[in-house]
Design a protein around this ligand. Structure first.
Ligand code: SAM
Length: 368
């Protein structure tokens, strides 16, 4: 480990640790309060209906008035909502969603969208009893067991960049993929471990000749993906199916395969990459997006590495541990691990792309 990889040494004092964990605990409560506002439609009711008292918000959103009042007070104390007059009687105060916060809390297509992160953290908390058993036994927690909060949140994390820039900027900046997708004959594309389908939909929208097959092990993701494709108007060229990506498919059928933020989640990444290699045409190409990790383990680490390890402890590693044998990769999959998986799957070409890049994801190009 070299000094250049290290964040500044934290202050080593009990007081500093106490302060840090106290702040984090407030943060955890506030994240859960955002989950409540998101899932009960409270932010939406405030944005759409304007300033509200507790009784008005309760009526608009169909919740209990006493809980509405407590949530509104907590949101104002946390500076997530504005309140018109703190000295007014509790039932007379009116609360407002600041315009500056609306995109982060309500717009799922916005690059600022944060409500899905709150949903995923709460989904992790919900499985903690099972997770403790898994930590003791070496078992896992099935991805499906995290429920709709996690499955929808996963789709919604990647949705802003997939909807706004994947087809518009990112794919055109990768000529080896762009040329195949734009081919006059119409490209055949696989979206492997597609989740709720935003990558497949983005490709179909950007490349009108492309036909995309998305597949995923999780049935509820496929149901959502199918509905998303219908709503996006591309259901005639995008199909989704429940399928284990490690199962061999008909050989040589696809021009392009994409795997978005899933390789590190797979129990059998080499088998899945091997199956992808088999289903690509001899001149086909696989585009992988996975975590934009540091090249080496670094401690203390950046905020990005800290969030990767957070997801790894509570979701990605346990999901990968459900099968035996498992690669048990963890979220912080480093580029050399990705390279070793591609080589083990007999891909002849491996390229790490540092451009184009996203804040949290890096692309890799694999060729048979
Ligand atoms: C972190 S999610 C990523 C989903 C999607 N690509 C996205 O970016 O939102 C990982 C996905 O891998 C899927 N998965 C895990 N193992 C799989 C397998 N063997 N075959 C197909 N899908 C698998 C999970 O069901 C889950 O939807």
């Amino acid at each position: 480990m070299t000094a250049t990889h290290n964040a500044p040494a934290p202050e080593r004092s009990a007081d500093a640790l106490v302060g840090r964990l106290f702040d984090a605990s407030i943060g955890m409560f506030e994240v859960m309060s955002v989950y409540v506002g998101d899932r009960l439609g409270l932010y939406r009711a405030l944005r759409d209906g304007g300033p509200a008292t507790a009784a008005e918000l309760a009526a608009r959103a169909g919740i209990d008035e006493r809980y509405a009042r407590e949530w509104l007070e907590q949101q104002a104390v946390a500076d997530l909502l504005d309140v018109d007059d703190t000295s007014a009687a509790a039932d007379r105060r009116r609360y407002v969603l600041p315009d500056a916060y609306a995109d982060a809390l309500l717009d799922l297509d916005s690059p600022l969208s944060m409500a899905p992160l709150a949903r995923s953290v709460v989904a992790c908390a919900k499985v903690l009893p099972v997770l403790l058993d898994a930590y003791r036994s070496g078992g896992g927690v099935d991805w499906a067991d995290y429920g709709p909060d996690m499955i929808e949140a996963q789709g919604d994390f990647n949705r802003p960049w997939l909807v706004n820039s994947f087809g518009q900027d990112i794919l055109p900046a990768i000529p080896a993929v762009h040329e195949k997708l734009g081919a006059a004959a119409g490209a055949r594309v696989a979206d492997v471990a597609c989740g709720v389908g935003w990558a497949a939909i983005a490709i179909a929208k950007a490349y009108p000749g492309a036909k995309v097959d998305g597949f995923d092990l999780d049935r509820s993701s496929i149901v959502l993906a199918t509905a998303n494709a219908e709503r996006a108007g591309v259901a005639d060229r995008v199909t989704f199916a429940v399928r284990d990506a490690a199962d061999p498919a008909a050989a040589g059928q696809y021009d392009v395969a994409v795997v978005i933020e899933a390789i590190h989640d797979l129990s059998r990444p080499v088998e899945v990459l091997g199956a992808i290699r088999g289903m690509l045409k001899p001149d086909g190409v696989a585009l992988i997006a996975d975590e934009r990790t540091e090249d080496v383990f670094t401690a203390p680490g950046s905020e990005t590495e800290r969030i990767y390890y957070g997801f790894s402890l509570f979701t990605c590693l346990p999901a990968a541990m459900t099968e035996r044998p498992t690669a048990a990769t963890g979220t912080a999959m480093r580029a050399d691990t990705m390279r070793s998986y591609a080589e083990a799957a007999s891909f002849g070409g491996f390229e790490r792309l540092d451009e184009p890049a996203l804040d949290m994801l890096r692309f890799y190009l694999l060729t048979p």
